[in-house]
Design a protein around this ligand. Structure first.
Ligand code: ATP
Ligand code: MG
Length: 465
């Protein structure tokens, strides 16, 4: 008190003691306890009854303070992972780089982490300064210091309903400011993924990025290249599935962060023609996420990379390749490139290829073709993709409308549509061209997928050329 007074008359800035949190009671922070998961309360209570400290932490406290129901709950404790595991029936220690305990109650998964000590000095790092492993435990104030943003570094005790704030997170929540804890350059060097997190949280929460937090990012962005691709991919997926993907991409672009941040984003954000398509795709993804509907990562990445595929597809055709094999070659090129850089999981890559390979088939509306396509297990995704292509102006809206009616129509309606579609197909480009044989390179299910049904492939060629 006296010290504080002396500092005040000497005009010394009242610096906070980083080991002492501000403690706020329920009247100060206004958290509605009903937004808390009963299982989060159960976990903190069990730990506390066993003599440990336990708090809800991180994103959940941030969301609670914003009056938003958290989608999941992280718990921080001074019990070691082994000690935590002993207290719960379904608990599993996972992770190497960063050990945590997964505690399961029915479908709900809670992540319990032990307070991390200030590892910046001692943790093993790669040659660029990236922390490779961090399992040094320590006191709570050090745990707070090594979290990423002030708004993500608060602790909530459901028993006392107190919020512990070590870094001015409450004030930043009120001012809607995203501020990294500590020295920004050092924090990005330890973990370059934090730069992506800045963008994601700023867009998702509609917070402004504090200038010192933003400043080093364009310069340091290339450090992302040294992060294992799978981890970048996870964070990227979180960004795209945040329900604010479009805002995130705009944020990346406006702050010049997309250069070198991710090859995928370079591609997506620097193709003006594709932007309309990407914008529509992300708008619909964001709407789905906000409505609580599922989003398929395959569809999303297929959309993001479509215009790159289109470009290569055209190039291969111009070079004399037949349409369907040209499409497969284009897909191969794009996927090879992105799998290397992005660690696209095989399942996602397969979905993307399916969706792309279906596209020429939508242009064949004669005979059995439309019926066969309808039976494709991924028809719905392929059809939605077609609608995006129409909506973006790449294809005539008539094609999308035809398929919408065909899809929703009864037997008679479908027959009528197929009969009506036959005329222009037979008398159009197909009549002028000699049917081509499929190129020899593509065999097996890939080619079969895109090309089944028509021995000549003539109608497919008619639609695309
Ligand atoms: P979301 O709502 O998207 O889950 P979150 O803040 O809960 O947001 P998580 O990735 O679940 O994000 O991380 C939980 C907490 O762990 C964060 O709030 C933060 O305190 C800490 N954290 C996560 N990633 C990092 C990181 N790369 N560096 C420092 N702290 C991190
Ligand atoms: Mg979280």
């Amino acid at each position: 008190m006296i010290k504080k007074f002396i500092r005040k008359i000497l005009g010394v800035k009242d610096e906070r003691d980083p080991t002492q949190p501000d403690i706020l009671g329920p009247d100060d922070h206004g958290i509605d306890i009903k937004l808390l998961s009963p299982n989060a309360i159960r976990v903190t209570q069990t730990l506390q009854e066993a003599g440990y400290k336990a708090f809800v932490v991180g994103g959940a406290v941030r969301d609670l303070l914003l009056g938003v129901k958290p989608k999941d709950f992280d718990i921080a404790t001074d019990a070691t992972p082994e000690e935590v595991k002993k207290l719960f029936r379904r608990a599993f220690i996972i992770g190497r780089r960063f050990q945590i305990v997964h505690v399961m109650f029915g479908q709900e998964l809670l992540e319990v982490t032990t307070f991390r000590g200030n590892a910046a000095v001692s943790a093993p790092k790669d040659e660029h300064g990236r922390v490779l492993r961090d399992n040094n435990f320590g006191p709570q104030h050090e745990d707070a210091e090594r979290r990423d943003f002030t708004i993500n570094a608060m602790y909530y005790d459901p028993a006392t309903q107190a919020v512990l704030d070590y870094h001015g997170g409450i004030a930043d929540i009120r001012d809607k400011v995203l501020r990294i804890i500590g020295q920004p350059e050092a924090r990005y060097r330890e973990d370059p993924v934090r730069m992506l997190r800045v963008v994601r949280f700023a867009a998702k929460l509609q917070f402004t990025i504090e200038p010192a937090t933003r400043a080093p990012i364009p310069v340091m962005a290339p450090l992302i290249d040294n992060v294992p691709a799978a981890r970048v991919f996870d964070e990227m997926l979180k960004l795209l599935l945040s329900g604010h993907a479009l805002a995130c991409l705009k944020e990346l672009r406006s702050s010049g962060l997309h250069h070198g941040l991710l090859p995928l984003l370079d591609v997506v954000l620097e193709q003006p023609i594709g932007m309309k398509f990407v914008t529509l795709a992300l708008e619909s993804t964001d709407a789905r996420v906000k409505a609580g509907k599922g989003v398929s990562p395959g569809f999303l990445f297929a959309s993001l990379l479509w215009h790159q595929v289109l470009e290569k597809w055209t190039a291969y055709r111009t070079a004399g390749e037949a349409p369907i094999p040209a499409l497969h070659l284009a897909a191969d090129d794009v996927l090879d490139n992105q799998t290397e850089n992005l660690a696209l999981q095989r399942r996602i890559a397969t979905d993307m290829r399916d969706i792309w390979a279906m596209q020429p088939r939508f242009e064949r509306r004669n005979g059995k073709n439309p019926y066969k396509l309808l039976e494709h297990p991924r028809f719905r995704a392929g059809f939605d993709f077609l609608l995006l292509r129409c909506e973006s102006g790449e294809l005539d809206a008539e094609l999308g409308n035809w398929w919408a009616t065909f899809y929703g129509g009864d037997v008679a309606e479908r027959e009528r549509l197929v009969n009506a579609a036959r005329e222009p197909a037979a008398g159009g480009a197909a009549a002028k061209k000699r049917p081509r044989r499929r190129a020899p390179r593509k065999t097996g299910d890939e080619a079969g997928d895109a090309d089944s049904g028509t021995p000549s492939g003539a109608a497919g060629g008619a639609g695309e050329d």
